[in-house]
Write a protein that binds this ligand. Structure first.
Ligand code: AP5
Length: 217
């Protein structure tokens, strides 16, 4: 099964990805996590993209497409994967289509901006695993610590108001074209496209996703 998870920052892509990958036994490909890993390694790509991520701008299509390609050609991804945060531009959407991989589902998570700001401002993450918490909505068992490893949780560099606004602006600039693209693909019977009200409790969204994936699988 190949799934694409679309959604503005803070709509819960990372949170729901964890559920989907565990339930359906497919690996997650989060372009945000991959890019942050390069920054952490401080390699050539990492140096190039550091300020782009910090400011909430989009990384160039060729860099991101190449990183996705390098990931999916590994044997762990042969039986399917979940793309979290990719594609974000029409060029990226066409790139993945042109690879000849059959995408089964595109799920778009939708949340009003006001709630997005509340979610991102309270987010804490476990950088090693990508596990995401919220100080009020999804607190860790022990304050400031990952539930499993007990490592310290951190606030992301780009979870500052200016970068959040840029991330939202970039999402809105591209999302209309992406939605149109996938609606057309659905009309051609190439995939199933669902918009999900993701402003509800995460358990409710999880159930909704499960119903979609189980029924149509
Ligand atoms: P990325 O890491 O993908 O960030 P993003 O898209 O901005 O999304 P977020 O990770 O902020 O949010 P999320 O939707 O995963 O929400 P989460 O589950 O954490 O990308 C970072 C950057 O990398 C981009 O800005 C760009 O620079 C670059 N980049 C990445 N991909 C790229 C691409 N394809 N092309 C070009 N550049 C690219 O939830 C948020 C918070 O809310 C958490 O605290 C969580 O606990 C809480 N929460 C989740 N669900 C609920 C709920 N239902 N109710 C209450 N709280 C909830």
């Amino acid at each position: 099964m190949h799934i694409i998870l679309l959604g503005a920052p803070g709509t819960g892509k990372g949170t729901q990805s964890k559920f989907i990958t565990e339930k359906y036994k497919i690996p997650q490909i989060s372009t945000g996590d991959i890019l942050r890993e390069h920054i952490k390694l401080n390699n050539e790509i990492g140096k190039k993209i550091y300020s782009i991520l910090k400011n909430g701008e989009l990384v160039a299509d060729d860099i991101v497409c190449n990183l996705v390609y390098q990931t999916i050609k590994s044997k762990n991804y042969i039986n399917g994967f979940l793309l979290d945060g990719f594609p974000r531009t029409i060029k990226q959407a066409k790139y993945i289509s042109n690879l000849g991989i059959k995408i089964n589902f595109v799920l778009e998570l939708i949340v009003p901006d006001k709630i997005i700001l509340q979610r991102i401002s309270g987010r804490r993450i476990h950088i090693q695993s990508g596990r995401s918490y919220h100080i009020h909505f999804n607190p860790p068992i022990e304050e400031g610590k990952d539930d499993i490893t007990k490592d310290d949780l951190i606030t992301r560099d780009d979870d500052k108001i200016e970068s959040i606004n840029n991330r939202l602006k970039n999402y809105k600039k591209n999302s209309h074209m992406l939605t149109e693209y996938y609606l057309k693909e659905e009309q051609l019977n190439n995939l199933k496209f669902f918009k999900i009200d993701a402003s509800k409790h995460q358990d409710y969204i999880r159930k909704e996703i499960q119903i979609i994936l189980d029924k149509k699988n």
